[in-house]
Ligand binder design. Structure first.
Ligand code: 5AD
Ligand code: SF4
Length: 449
């Protein structure tokens, strides 16, 4: 699946695009001082929680784990923040606009902060970037915790329950994953399973290594045990997650590589579909394609973000591959015995991107014939290498390039979809679309039907 940037509200709330916020240095877990605006909760009798999520699948899945952790401590989920004793806001900072969104949303939560008894917590990437500045800008906030510190959440919650006013978990200095068996999954069919957290790449535009910390792989036996439990519980589809999922390095003595782990998950009796996201082109090997060719349980879809089709841009982005190197991987996928759909992420208007560079990206779409693209205007981020460079493509020009790119892709997708008319596909039905009066779901290639 591509990176779906969504806002997930509890239950079946609306989905809207997300965005990002300014940055901050990492800090260790500490307690912040109390203030009159932020008194202690009434007692240790907190009962209900509400969690709202912005961002990628990693954030969505983190929220599922946080929800499970809270439920195990006796909290009950509710569908609106007004009813909740604890309101958690899991934030995304990949692009800039969300800073305002985070603070305006926190303002709304404050309105429901009758008699100051509610605990409001900020999680995720903006929490990591802003750190305890949140307490100054949004005094209603009691908990600030970045994703690299989620393993400390139970301890942080305990401190809140004990009456502490302000707690933070902001350390990036960890080799731990957020291991919990207490995940409360929202989708009853498709289960996310993290295999690797953080990122060790250093793409010059990207905040993720800063907000999610260094790469940590989970032990393969833990991953496999979780997948077996999920299949036993009736899940049809398992989606292995990681910012660079194919950089997986098993820390356990079994030392499985990514393909071995993938195949072992697909071998679990009863699992119908296994997919993975997101792959980094530099770590993408022909063995992944061979595995997909030989096992129909492995879904025929690869998300392989290219970001740009022009070598000078790729070089400045520090993507560690060239257009030619990327196209070799694409050729390998195209020559598979079984058709595999391909999606990608593209950034337009990156620092110094010329008309000619942009033309190269358009021509890449023609060569690859993607089934889907996720495209973004470059947004400078603090504490990234490119954040210090001139953001020299005017905003209007970025918008024009984005529209041209999306038009080109629309034509490609229209042609590709026409070929599919009259063919039959297995669809995992995930819901009902009242407006269209039809069931909706996805094919193994991740197309929506
Ligand atoms: N500006 C615009 N898009 C970005 N992405 C990551 N960082 C930025 C940024 N600073 C996009 C990339 C990445 C996707 C998750 O978000 O395309 O693959
Ligand atoms: Fe960001 Fe690059 Fe890591 Fe992806 S690989 S999360 S774009 S730094």
């Amino acid at each position: 699946m591509g990176i779906e940037f969504v806002q997930i509200l509890p239950a079946s709330g609306p989905r809207v695009p997300s965005d990002g916020a300014p940055a901050e240095q990492p800090r260790p877990a500490t307690e912040a001082p109390e203030t009159a605006e932020n008194p202690a909760p009434t007692s240790g009798k907190l009962k209900t929680f509400y969690i709202e999520t912005f961002g990628c699948q990693m954030n969505v899945h983190d929220s599922e784990k946080v929800a499970g952790t809270l439920i195990a401590r006796g909290y009950r989920p509710v569908d609106n923040f007004e009813e909740a004793d604890v309101v958690l806001y899991n934030t995304c900072s990949i692009r800039e606009k969300a800073a305002q969104k985070v603070f305006s949303r926190l303002g709304t939560f404050k309105k429901g902060h009758r008699d100051n008894r509610k605990i409001i917590g900020v999680l995720g990437c903006v929490a990591q970037q802003e750190g305890d500045r949140f307490f100054e800008r949004a005094p209603q906030v009691s908990l600030v915790c970045g994703s690299a510190s989620y393993s400390k959440l139970p301890a942080l919650l305990e401190r809140l329950e004990a009456g502490n006013r302000r707690v933070t978990g902001l350390s990036l200095d960890t080799d731990e994953c957020f291991e919990t068996e207490l995940t409360r999954r929202d989708n009853p069919f498709r289960a996310y399973v993290t295999i690797i957290e953080g990122c060790d790449k250093a793409c010059s535009y990207c905040v993720v290594p800063m907000t999610r910390g260094p790469e940590r792989s989970r032990a393969s036996d833990k991953v496999l045990a979780e997948c077996r439990r999920l299949v036993d519980a009736g899940y049809t589809e398992i989606q292995l997650l990681g910012q660079t999922v194919n950089s997986y390095k098993d820390p356990s003595p079994a030392r499985l590589n990514f393909v071995e782990l993938l195949t072992r998950v697909a071998e679990i009796p009863g699992v119908r579909r296994v997919r993975f996201t997101t792959s980094h082109p530099s770590d993408f090997t022909p063995e992944i394609v061979r595995a997909l060719e030989s096992d129909p349980v492995l879904c025929d879809h690869i998300h392989l973000p290219v970001q740009s089709g022009a070598n000078p841009v790729l070089k400045r982005m520090l993507r560690t591959y060239t257009r030619e190197g990327y196209l070799e991987k694409i050729n390998c996928i195209h020559s598979a015995k079984r058709a595999i759909s391909i999606s990608t992420d593209i950034i337009v208007g990156f620092c110094g991107e010329t008309e000619q560079d942009f033309e190269q990206t358009l021509s890449l779409l023609d060569v690859v014939q993607y089934d889907q693209i996720f495209s973004f205007k470059y947004s400078p981020r603090p504490n990234t290498a490119a954040g210090k460079w001139a953001d020299d493509v005017p905003e209007e020009e970025k918008g024009t390039r984005l529209a041209i790119l999306q038009d080109r892709q629309r034509e490609i997708q229209f042609r590709r979809n026409q070929v599919l008319i009259g063919r039959e596909f297995e669809v995992l039905v995930e819901g009902y679309q009242p407006r269209l009066q039809q069931a909706v779901g996805r094919t193994t290639g991740f197309a929506v039907w």
